[in-house]
Design a protein around this ligand. Structure first.
Ligand SMILES: Nc1ncnc2c1ncn2[C@@H]1O[C@H](COP(=O)(O)OP(=O)(O)OP(=O)(O)O)[C@@H](O)[C@H]1O
Length: 248
């Protein structure tokens, strides 16, 4: 498996205290077409790490490489076409639903694949939404799904999914998971998910990265992470989630 994105020694200082790292020494590789889940408690810096991978935020240490070329050799916009961050809080651009769906093709000068946009909207249960509706009038869950379709239409090599299904009702969440799994198989694109839902993590993840105490403590197969975590921290994390589910 070729490595698509490589991180070497990535660190981010805390904004409050420039002597302290939020996380450091993050070295890992995203394989082509691989589905990885990034787990860890709130506030560990998972979103920040994904934003660094998408070059929406700068690292304070370390280097990134995409397709074997260091970040310095990529124009940020070209990098972001390939490594696309889907934000936790969806941002709708001014205009209609159709305008939002066409954004990527306009920005990147590619033809708009309308049949694909229709198909993706349908698969996410948005087939009934008029494309001339003002995007800002959509519900939060609708915005989240339109933002996802908008991202998929760009066909990035790596999708960074930051709690993308967290605000969806159970049926829409299942539809989004199905679509993303199918998409990764069909398009061969890689996905790096942040989720707090461990059953979703088992469902979608081939690999798990576990961030705690400012370090990427585990990088392993999903099966191994859930059945036999190597560190006490991961064991406690998995156990606490299981206890919470059972109301212990
Ligand atoms: N330089 C920094 N950049 C971003 N966040 C920082 C920084 N320094 C400190 N922080 C704090 O660290 C935390 C990082 O937030 P982030 O959203 O990345 O974590 P997370 O693990 O994704 O959390 P959640 O699971 O709750 O979404 C926040 O509490 C933020 O205020």
């Amino acid at each position: 498996m070729d490595i698509l994105l490589k991180a070497r020694g990535i660190g981010k200082l805390t904004s409050r205290n420039p002597d302290r790292y939020l996380f450091r020494d993050v070295s890992a590789g995203v394989g082509e077409g691989r589905r990885i889940v990034l787990l860890g408690a709130s506030g560990q810096g998972k979103s920040t790490l994904l934003r660094i991978f998408a070059r929406l935020d700068a690292a304070d240490a370390g280097e990134l490489e995409l397709l074997g070329r260091p970040a310095s050799q990529w124009k940020p916009q070209q990098w972001r076409q390939q490594v696309l961050y889907v934000a936790q809080q969806p941002v709708m651009l001014t205009g209609t639903v159709g305008d939002n769906l066409r954004t990527a093709s306009i920005l990147h000068g590619r033809p708009f694949d309308e049949p694909l946009a229709e198909q993706l909207m349908d698969e996410l249960g948005l087939g009934g939404i008029a494309w001339d509706k003002t995007a800002d009038e959509l519900s939060g869950g609708e915005k989240q799904r339109v933002a996802l379709v908008r991202s998929l239409l760009l066909k990035p090599k790596l999708l960074l999914l930051d709690e993308t299904t967290a605000s969806l009702d159970p049926a829409s969440k299942a539809a989004a998971e199905r679509l993303l799994l199918e998409w990764s198989r069909r398009e061969g694109s890689a996905q790096l998910w942040i989720t707090h839902d461990l059953s979703q993590a088992r469902e979608v993840g081939e690999e798990v990265w576990f961030l705690e105490g400012g370090r990427l403590l585990e990088k392993t197969s999903a099966e191994r992470f859930f059945d036999k975590p190597a560190t006490g921290e991961a064991r406690r994390f998995v156990q606490a989630a299981a206890d919470a589910r059972q109301g212990v």
